[in-house]
Design a protein around this ligand. Structure first.
Ligand code: ADP
Ligand code: GLC
Length: 535
């Protein structure tokens, strides 16, 4: 028997969901949609999920990985009750009440089962999450002033679920946390002396969740933890550092990035702690995949029964993109950019390199959103080169997919790239990335085989790789061979899901006392770069 759940409906057009009032009646439990009894229970905690809301790759990963793991584990997801979630589901069942803690408000825990049976728990706190904007900021791009409360509340909800909720007959054996917004859950569990093991996956070390030390008390963080061996980072409270310090195990999204973040260059000030975790065998790189259900918009042409069909499809896709972006008809190479417009992505190099690209007979289409100086620099570039540079500021999934399918090359001159999904989407449809050899780009693009990598993230580096791409474009046989190789790359989730599964099993075996400790996970050996330099 399970406590009855109240349906949290949302009338069409109503601004706010009704305040949930719990009913304490009983009702028979519905049989689980999958065989879950002997499976380990994993709670995957995330601040984005592409089913509802996505700012970048974390949203894609949070949608695909829990599903890829479900054959072997009872994986459920926990997310905040954003407006997009409430709007999409009029049938949220309230399954538990989460008490207030210091300044963190009491709230309900909701549950939905989405189309393919994946169970998603939702932290229902309208004051914190039901807003117009992104998970992290308002419509003008400013961070929400109460992000500390919003994500401490999410983290505490995860820890409470792990500790067991009186009203809920499901309790996770392991928490899988993602980035700073859920990292604090590992710390809440440690402070409560709870044995539930935790994995923190770092998708991007540059976003750390830094807040003033005066916020500790309001966030239910014990004052004694404000020290080097705790949540303190250069005089501030760091959610991400807390997670790295308190989680049982830390992973990141490629083997190369796992090594890079232990260096001062890419460690964002946390390289010392990450080096320690790595030395303990508690830092592993597990490469992301892309969702095999990934599909192109219906109006794209990707059927490729023969090389000549493939060439024709690509031409049709390219024509469509050119038309949509107001570019002139051309037989030259089409370069695409699909990106958040932020420093990390090296968009400034792409802007500086555009002139050279046009001189080579190329054209450029860009879709992206982000820092206003990059948005306006791109718009100026398009205005200077009408017919040859097309820019659309925005975030529209079908547009992104049309560019992946219609471009010959995808530019990704990232300064760092923990994994990167865009280069994988591009390769899966035979579009060749031109990318810096960093992080997951180094691990997913084979230079001269499935794309073009450059060693140094600089204008000179980018131009060198771009010229190689243009030369290849002029050699149809080589170009076809590379496109075929790119499309044949295995980019799905099965390998990575297997690695996460092995890590879960090993950590759970340790907790269940079958081993005093699980064996350290050694980092994979450094692949040599083309120059023979080790990263
Ligand atoms: P990051 O998470 O750092 O932004 P990734 O390459 O891992 O980089 O993931 C980016 C995701 O966001 C991909 O799914 C990509 O297609 C999508 N994306 C990026 N920019 C846009 C955009 N302007 N419009 C639509 N989708 C975008
Ligand atoms: C981050 C990284 C990106 C990665 C994504 C998903 O946003 O910037 O490289 O692919 O997370 O892990």
């Amino acid at each position: 028997m399970r406590r009855s759940r109240k349906r949290l409906g949302r009338a069409k057009g109503s601004a706010k969901p009704p305040i949930p009032v719990r009913k304490r009646t009983f009702r028979a439990t519905r049989p689980p949609s999958r065989e879950t009894s002997s499976q380990s229970k994993i709670l995957y905690v995330t601040s984005e999920m592409a089913d509802f809301v996505k700012v970048g790759g974390l949203g894609d990963v949070s949608s695909a990985l829990p599903r890829a793991l479900r054959d072997h584990h009872d994986v459920r997801v926990l997310i905040p009750g954003y407006r997009e979630v409430l709007a999409r589901h009029a049938d949220i069942s309230v399954v538990a009440r989460l008490p207030a803690a210091s300044g963190l408000p009491a709230c309900d825990l909701g549950q939905i089962e989405i189309a393919d049976g994946l169970v998603v728990y939702i932290v229902l706190c309208s004051d914190l999450y039901d807003r117009e904007g992104s998970p992290y900021g308002d419509t003008s791009g400013l961070d929400w002033a109460d992000n500390d409360m919003r994500f401490a509340r999410l983290s505490l909800a995860a820890a409470e679920l792990a500790n067991g909720l009186a009203d809920l007959d499901w309790r996770p054996d392991l928490l899988h946390l993602n980035d700073w917004p859920s990292a604090l859950a590992a710390a809440f569990l440690a402070w409560r002396g709870a044995p539930t093991p935790t994995i923190l996956t770092i998708h991007n070390l540059a976003y750390q969740g830094l807040f003033g030390a005066e916020r500790l008390a309001a966030l239910d963080i014990p004052a004694h933890s404000f020290q080097v061996d705790g949540v303190e980072f250069h005089g501030k409270l760091s959610f991400l550092k807390a997670g790295i310090f308190y989680a049982s195990h830390v992973t990141t999204v490629s083997a190369t990035y796992a090594r890079e973040i232990t260096t001062p260059e890419l460690g964002c000030g946390l390289h010392g702690l990450l080096r320690t975790r790595s030395d303990q065998g508690r830092l592993t790189g597990i490469l992301n995949g892309i969702d095999e259900r990934w599909s192109l918009p219906a109006d794209s042409h990707v059927e490729a029964r023969s090389d000549s069909d493939a060439d024709k499809s690509r031409r049709l896709n390219a024509e469509r993109v050119r038309r949509a972006f107001g570019l002139a008809v051309s037989r030259g190479p089409l370069f695409g950019v699909v990106s958040r417009l932020v420093h990390q992505k090296g968009i400034d190099f792409a802007i500086q390199g555009a002139q050279a690209l046009l001189r080579e007979g190329g054209q450029l289409v860009v879709t992206g959103r982000g820092e206003s100086h990059l948005e306006s620099a791109l718009q100026k570039l398009a205005a200077r080169h009408p017919g040859n540079v097309g820019v659309r500021i925005g975030f529209e999934e079908s547009e992104a997919r049309r560019i992946f399918a219609g471009s010959d090359f995808l530019l990704m001159p990232s300064r760092f790239e923990p994994c990167g999904l865009s280069q994988m989407y591009a390769q899966s449809v035979g579009t060749l990335p031109v990318a810096s050899r960093t992080g997951g780009l180094a691990d997913t693009v084979e230079d001269g085989v499935t794309g073009f990598l450059f060693e140094e993230t600089s204008l000179a580096g980018l131009l060198g790789a771009m010229y190689r791409a243009v030369d290849t474009y002029a050699s149809p046989q080589k170009l076809r061979a590379m496109r075929r190789a790119a499309m044949q790359r295995p980019l799905g989730w099965s390998r990575s899901a297997g690695q996460y599964g092995a890590l879960y099993r090993s950590m759970l075996a340790a907790v269940q006392g079958r081993r005093s400790s699980y064996p350290p996970c050694a980092l994979p050996a450094s692949p040599s770069t083309a120059s023979g330099r080790k990263l």
